[in-house]
Design a protein around this ligand. Structure first.
Ligand code: HEC
Length: 215
């Protein structure tokens, strides 16, 4: 009787050992009794696939088609332009001007723009004084030329870059570009109150400065 109990217990624990729980750590491949649909035939990115004439497993979108949700036909929201095709000073309907938008704009601006344009928008961010500085200084948003620019202009500069400044379209989604544009406007209003009227930075200032002075 006792031996029977012992062997039953031994058998049970041996079986238990075989059925290790999913999630346990092991270097060995798990015993996979029921495959379910865990492993299926598939092609990885950059794989070869001889089914297609170009032998590429990755397929380009069919010409002339747009994936759902990627049409971006709203010129106002996606390009900063009104119905007349001009850069607009109005916020698109999807973007509501409230405290949350300003807060978001400030936060995104301080991440993406302040390194060059500085937190006040006067174009003296920390990177301008490192590594030999910039040939063309980042623009101050408080210069006369930029003050009357519509919000859509800042959206446009963030989207497509301007002069030596590159595009930030890949890093900053459209809604955040609007938030940042609003924050730039807030900085300008602040500057106006403080009486700032810098002309420093940007193509205009560079052209005005004697050649030797721009590094
Ligand atoms: C790596 C540095 C750098 C960053 C980051 C940067 N800029 Fe600039 N920006 C510049 C420089 C340099 C110029 C001047 C370009 C020129 O005139 O050739 C400029 C110019 C501008 C101008 C003026 C365009 C004009 O009409 O002269 C605006 C507006 C502007 N930037 C907005 C932004 C905003 C908003 C961000 C953040 C999303 C940003 N920049 C991030 C370097 C930067």
């Amino acid at each position: 009787m006792t031996t029977r109990i012992i062997s039953t217990v031994a058998l049970a624990s041996a079986l238990l050992g075989l059925t290790a729980c999913e999630g346990n750590r092991s270097d060995k491949p798990p015993v996979h009794v029921f495959i379910d649909m865990d492993q299926q035939q598939r092609f990885d990115a950059q794989d070869r696939n001889d089914f297609f004439a170009d032998h590429r497993a990755m397929r380009a979108p069919v010409e002339g088609t747009v994936a759902q949700g990627y049409l971006k036909d709203d010129d106002h929201f996606y390009r900063g332009r009104g119905l007349d095709g001009r850069l607009t000073d109005e916020l698109p309907a999807q973007v509501e001007l409230d405290a949350a938008l300003l807060e978001r704009g400030e936060q995104r601006y301080n991440i993406y723009c302040a390194p060059c344009h500085d937190q006040t928008g006067r174009g003296k961010g920390p990177v301008t004084s490192r590594g030999g500085g910039f040939k063309v200084q980042p623009a101050s948003f408080h210069q006369e030329r930029l003050l009357p620019m519509p919000l859509g202009y800042y959206f446009e500069v963030i989207s497509n870059g301007k002069g030596t400044m590159s595009s930030y379209a890949a890093q900053i989604p459209e809604a955040d570009r609007w938030a940042i544009s609003v924050w730039v406007r807030a900085l300008q209003l602040h500057g106006k109150n403080k009486g700032w009227d810098d002309t420093q930075g940007g193509a205009v200032a560079a052209a005005a400065a004697p050649a030797g002075e721009t590094k």
